[in-house]
Design a protein around this ligand. Sequence first.
Ligand SMILES: C[S@@+](CC[C@H](N)C(=O)[O-])C[C@H]1O[C@@H](n2cnc3c(N)ncnc32)[C@H](O)[C@@H]1O
Length: 226
Amino acid sequence: MTNADSGAAQPALDTRRHFHEIASEFDDLYESESRTSLRRWSDSMLRASVYRRFELVFEQLGDLDGKSILDMGCGGGRYAVTMGKLGARRVVGVDFARNMIELAVALRSKEGIGEDRVSFVCGDAAETDFDEPFDYGIAMGVLDYVEDAEGFLRVVLPKITTRMVASFPVKWSIWTPQRKIRYRLFKNCPLYFYSRARLESILGGLGLRSWKIHPAHRDFVAVMEP
Ligand SMILES: C[S@@+](CC[C@H](N)C(=O)[O-])C[C@H]1O[C@@H](n2cnc3c(N)ncnc32)[C@H](O)[C@@H]1O
């Protein structure tokens, strides 16, 4: 496995720094309720999407026994470790935020899963090479931060043989304007949103065997068969 993340463009560097800094805060969405009621309220929609995305991935991938899976932008390893627990033969999680990878490694140890079954790599998912293709790939909550989603998919899809699931934030949601402004002004972290028509045009141009879009609160979840 090799990776080359030194030539990353500025938006990607800002996104990496952002997730490095807020790793625990994001990962806590899977665990505890936020402390203040204002924060609880603002997190509620994000949490609904995060939970629905999680359910959809496991619904769409079905039996993981013996499968190999690439988790792109794996964050704190919630998907990857669960996949290992569900019998996947090999899961590789890639994330360019080092604190996320540290959380993922800690979760794997806590759950008693071996590194031979679930491993984590710190690097850019589009720039990391692997020795073998994977049955399945996922990129959940990642394309929100990728300027060229189509280019990203063109690079990663050849690494996947059977099915890829990825989420895309919806353009027309009441949450979109505040999220976009908040991230741009206070985090210097650009976000990218998708109308269904734009997403259909991207998926339709990829030469996939089949694809389907599922709604998931403030996200679309695309299931692709390369
Ligand atoms: C919103 S979090 C989602 C984490 C995880 N997929 C989940 O749903 O729990 C997005 C993650 O994608 C990572 N990320 C974004 N772009 C990436 C890229 N090009 N390569 C690797 N990681 C990336 C960020 O560092 C962050 O940890």
